[in-house]
Ligand binder design. Sequence first.
Ligand code: NAP
Length: 256
Amino acid sequence: MNVLSGKVAIVTGASSGIGRATAILFARQGARVVVAARRQHELDILVSEIAATGGEAVALAGDVRDEDHARALVEQAVNRFGGLDVAFNNAGAAGTMAPVTDLSLADWQDVIATNLTSAFLGARHQIPAMAARGGGSLIFTSSFVGYTAGLPAMAAYAAAKAGLVGLTQVLAAELGPKGIRANAVLPGGTDTPANPVNAPGATPEVRTFVEGLHALKRIATPEEIAQTVLHLASDASSFMTGTALLVDGGASINRT
Ligand SMILES: NC(=O)c1ccc[n+]([C@@H]2O[C@H](COP(=O)([O-])OP(=O)(O)OC[C@H]3O[C@@H](n4cnc5c(N)ncnc54)[C@H](OP(=O)(O)O)[C@@H]3O)[C@@H](O)[C@H]2O)c1
């Protein structure tokens, strides 16, 4: 059974990693998907890939720090596909890694804008469209960093990801009466270009160290995180709202 049959979804950060894997899974599960990121070419390839397997997607390139882009994504969903049921606000980046004393205000503000303000802007425009359908599911990509772990040199990222959990809780409380759910997914290390294991020049020791942080002694595939996002998007999670859902391979509880 296709659990997102008849649903329309927005996925940000869809040009790569977790967002890309989720867009493919959503489409395979019957959703029509508006895919977004800054890189048009990667989005075009994704749309073709989804179409080749019988799915339907449309791409809109833009920057999640820009409110006009947030508005335009919802307009695409409504004008092309008739409404909006699911929004996976997933785009994010760690930004400049530095101790707080070396982190400039501009770098701090950029990471907050990309990871946190983007979610506020997205939700602001997605909520009325979902309310018009009588409900929906807002999903945000937070992280175990800032929630159960403090990692050096990641102050702005941790603050933004922790902020997403607060935003999720307030949205859940505000929107419950409208039938709109809001949840955050908190991945552990995931094998995408954003993870330090894939940074230029990363040694095998870096991978061993990062994998060792997790009880499962490995990092996730983007597809594993996408499965949890699918759960939050679908009616299978109909009584879940306001949740910070760890999908972290035990990174939060591991002490070995
Ligand atoms: N990988 C991990 O270990 C891990 C762990 C916990 C949480 N996360 C979170 O998971 C989410 C997805 O990351 P990922 O691991 O899949 O990394 P990724 O492969 O680098 O994907 C990041 C996505 O975000 C988009 N993006 C970044 N800045 C943007 C901006 N200003 N405007 C629009 N799009 C932007 C990128 O697209 P363009 O470059 O084309 O714009 C890309 O599609 C992020 O929020 C990240 O913080 C990742």
